[in-house]
Unconditional design. Structure first.
Length: 387
């Protein structure tokens, strides 16, 4: 907001700060955006406003669908009545998703003002003409109400003029929009209605079939330009639902349970960003319940030793090389190991170690160590004499 555009008539009225996030998820998780919006109060004070009204009752309310935004409607009404010197918001798009909301608010004002003028006229007509004191006051109120009607009509004309002056989009802008389609689609605060309009504009039809052999749903998208795209998604099995734990998490628990307790597994899963089917953090109890449901045996030190399960450090010590040397050998596919999560342990089985591969690795490590030794004739002499 430029200080050059602020005059005394603006500062004489109150300023309104419109704070809004379009979903309950954003309210709960995008706290930084809330802080930035509320912080704009300080900027309004610096610009000279003393009366600042914060409107935040629309937090978590989307402009899509049938939800009403009482805060937005109240703000528009205050502006239309000429009581507001400035309106502040972090994004202009938060004011309204389309101009019809502003026009509807003006029309509701445009009707209240007419009713007030008609009522003032009726009161004036019903007054005794001989009582000049009363009729003069009623005539003043009538004129004031008529002025209110003219003010609202003027605002409607200004709004219509502003809308008509909006330039139409050119070919270059549409081409740029196509290039940014994916970014627009995945933007967290993108309007649902905008996504529906994009879908209707680009897609002619979607043909859906089921591939029973692969247990997949096959979608063939017929784009309006004539191109066809095939998309395959896993078919939900009977008993599956949207809150089911991911296969990645289940497989990780199955492998980690060979070497780790349920409490340790919970920490590893959380550290790698894996959550339960309901989006919760893992706890020891939740890992235990998952194992029980999928019939995964609990960790047992005795069984782990008997079956030959070892981690990276244990296996490296058994072979006689450093953990880094062994890990690099695994990455070269010289040894078999399981690594269920990126930030977690490597799992080896002693019984599956290839003896020839072990011998070659040990020999290479020893040869490398011999090459790094400094020959006697190249070694320096450090004199520690005190004299």
């Amino acid at each position: 907001m430029s200080e050059k555009k602020i005059h005394s008539q603006h500062l004489a009225r109150k300023a309104m700060l419109y704070v809004r996030q379009s979903s309950a998820y954003q309210v709960a998780h995008n706290v930084e955006s809330q802080k930035l919006q509320y912080a704009m109060q300080q900027r309004l004070r610096e610009l000279g406003w003393r009366e600042i009204e914060v409107i935040d009752e629309d937090l978590g309310r989307s402009a899509a669908g049938m939800q009403t935004r009482a805060g937005f409607e109240r703000m528009v009404a205050e502006v239309c009545l000429g009581r507001v010197g400035a309106v502040a918001a972090r994004e202009v798009s938060r004011f309204a998703r389309n101009t019809s909301e502003v026009l509807a608010a003006l029309q509701r004002d445009l009707q209240a003002a007419q009713y007030a003028a008609q009522r003032a006229q009726r009161q004036y007509d019903a007054a005794d003409p001989e009582n000049r004191l009363v009729t003069d006051e009623l005539e003043r109120r009538w004129n004031q109400a008529l002025q209110g009607v003219r003010d609202v009509e003027g605002r409607i004309e200004q709004h219509a003029l502003a809308v008509s002056n909006v330039p139409s989009a050119g070919v270059e802008e549409f081409a740029d929009l196509a290039a940014q389609l994916e970014a627009i689609w995945h933007k967290p605060d993108a309007d649902v209605r905008l996504k529906k309009r994009i879908t209707r504009a680009l897609i002619h039809e979607v043909v859906v079939d089921v591939d029973a052999a692969s247990s997949e749903i096959v979608l063939v998208i017929h784009w309006k330009g004539g191109v066809h795209t095939e998309v395959r998604v896993p078919r939900r099995r009977r008993g599956q639902n949207m809150t089911q734990t991911s296969k990645e998490a289940i497989d990780a628990v199955r492998i980690l349970a060979r070497m780790c307790s349920d409490r340790l597994i919970a920490g590893i899963l959380n550290r790698n960003g894996l959550r339960t089917g309901r989006g919760n953090y893992w706890t020891q109890e939740r890992v235990t319940a998952l194992r029980s449901y999928h019939e995964i045996p609990a960790y047992s030190c005795e069984r782990s030793v008997n079956e030959g399960w070892m981690n990276l450090t244990q296996t490296a010590a058994l072979i006689g090389v450093s953990p880094k040397t062994l890990r690099l050998a695994v990455e070269r596919n010289e040894f078999k190991a399981e690594h269920p999560v990126a930030d977690g342990p490597w799992i080896f089985n002693k019984n599956s170690l290839d003896i020839n591969a072990v011998a070659q690795l040990v020999e290479r490590a020893r040869a490398q160590n011999r090459r790094t030794e400094i020959p006697a004739d190249k070694q320096g002499f450090l004199n520690l004499s005190m004299t």
